[in-house]
Design a protein around this ligand. Structure first.
Ligand SMILES: NC(=O)c1ccc[n+]([C@@H]2O[C@H](COP(=O)([O-])OP(=O)(O)OC[C@H]3O[C@@H](n4cnc5c(N)ncnc54)[C@H](O)[C@@H]3O)[C@@H](O)[C@H]2O)c1
Length: 347
């Protein structure tokens, strides 16, 4: 704590790190103690922009500060694990950008470190905090869809490939669109279904467009020689209770972009995040579009930070339980293994 406020240290002050800084700054009982970033140039810029007094290129120096309560990890995926372990061992609560880590073995160790040090750990799966995400979950919990027996989850981008090395090199990202955006859409679909235990997965990955010089990306050029992740992935998850989920993800595709989760329920179906609901009433189709009575414009990324602080302050369970993130990453890992071995992976 610093001057009676919760002290936060942000590791990784790039795009999402700065968005988090803006979110933390809105919370009255939080102070941003400092930032760490391996780029001196970024540090200097962000320090000045947000009036932050402590800045270091060595994240261990930030994590070592006793007054800091919360470490917020916004580095590229491959660094989530070492930073989180160091922070938890230094008795910090950890909120970490998605994916929580690039493999399930690392997440298991992170969960263990959180337990041993009695600290909170949560992946920043902001989709769960969107107004549509929260409303859909409430509708499901109120039983309005009945049993959701199947979900189709799409994180399909037509020509939106993040060109930075940290997204296109496996060693830094852990995977292509499946790890970058598939993790979002799988997490929310899986949460809508009540986080069932996984029985088996089957997946395919392709790299048909990203290596081609005649393909254009709306976010700029990428280095074709360094691109070693998939540009498209699809898979099928069978849960132990017999229900199932289908996942489709791409950075590049010759079909329109699609960001949605179609929920097949026994009482009604629903398309998220459009909030369209479909059912039958007295032999008639019943199609409705749900909209909030009181609009909620607060960014989901900022809501997740507030939620995390509430959990720390009141010693409550976090909404995105690390065990759920572990299951999500196990599914994605299984899809890669299945794609490579051309067979189903059974858990
Ligand atoms: N939830 C979301 O909507 C969302 C959106 C974008 C990115 N992300 C996630 O946020 C993370 C960062 O993505 P980004 O788009 O902000 O990337 P970015 O490249 O803009 O920022 C990453 C920052 O981390 C710094 N960095 C790299 N290695 C470091 C290290 N070892 N120690 C300290 N700093 C280091 C870089 O210098 C850079 O400033 C990724 O895990 C990504 O998946 C989440």
């Amino acid at each position: 704590m610093k001057n009676g406020k919760y002290a936060v240290g942000v590791v990784g002050a790039g795009g999402i790190g700065q968005y988090h800084i803006e979110g933390w700054k809105k919370i009255p009982d939080v102070v941003i103690y400092g930032i760490a970033d391996s780029s001196k140039e970024t540090l200097d810029k962000v320090k000045l922009k947000y009036d932050i007094s402590f800045a270091t290129t060595d994240y261990k120096k930030l994590i070592g500060i006793e007054e800091i309560d919360i470490i917020d990890i916004c580095t590229p995926n491959a660094f989530h694990y070492p930073v989180a372990i160091a922070a938890l061992k230094n008795k910090k609560h950890v909120i970490c950008e998605k994916p929580l880590a690039t493999n399930s073995a690392h997440i298991e160790k992170m969960i263990q470190a959180a337990r041993e040090n009695k600290r909170k750990l949560m992946a920043a799966q902001n989709q769960r905090f969107t107004a549509a995400g929260q409303a859909t979950k409430k509708i499901i919990d109120n039983g309005l869809l009945g049993e959701i027996y199947f979900a189709q989850c799409y994180a399909v981008r037509r020509r939106e490939l993040p060109p930075r090395e940290t997204f296109i090199r496996h060693a830094l990202s852990g995977g292509g669109p499946m790890f970058d955006i598939g993790v979002h859409i799988l997490d929310i679909g899986y949460w809508f279904m009540g986080c069932p235990k996984v029985h088996s997965v089957k997946g395919v990955t392709f790299n048909k467009l990203a290596g081609r010089e005649d393909i254009t990306g709306s976010w700029g050029e990428w280095d074709r020689n360094k691109f070693d992740v998939e540009d498209f992935a699809a898979g099928f998850v069978l849960f132990k209770d017999g229900r199932a989920l289908q996942l489709t993800c791409s950075f590049l595709s010759n079909l329109p972009s699609n960001w949605s989760s179609n929920l097949y329920g026994t009482k009604a179906g629903m398309i998220w995040p459009e909030m369209k609901m479909f059912s039958e009433i007295s032999g008639l189709h019943n199609d409705s579009i749900l909209s909030p009575i009181v609009p909620d414009d607060e960014p989901s990324h900022h809501k997740e930070l507030k939620h995390f602080l509430d959990c720390v302050r009141d010693n409550r369970d976090v909404l995105v339980k690390p065990e759920e993130s572990l299951e999500v990453i196990k599914i994605l890992e299984g899809m890669y293994i299945s794609a490579e071995k051309k067979k189903e992976v059974i858990y």
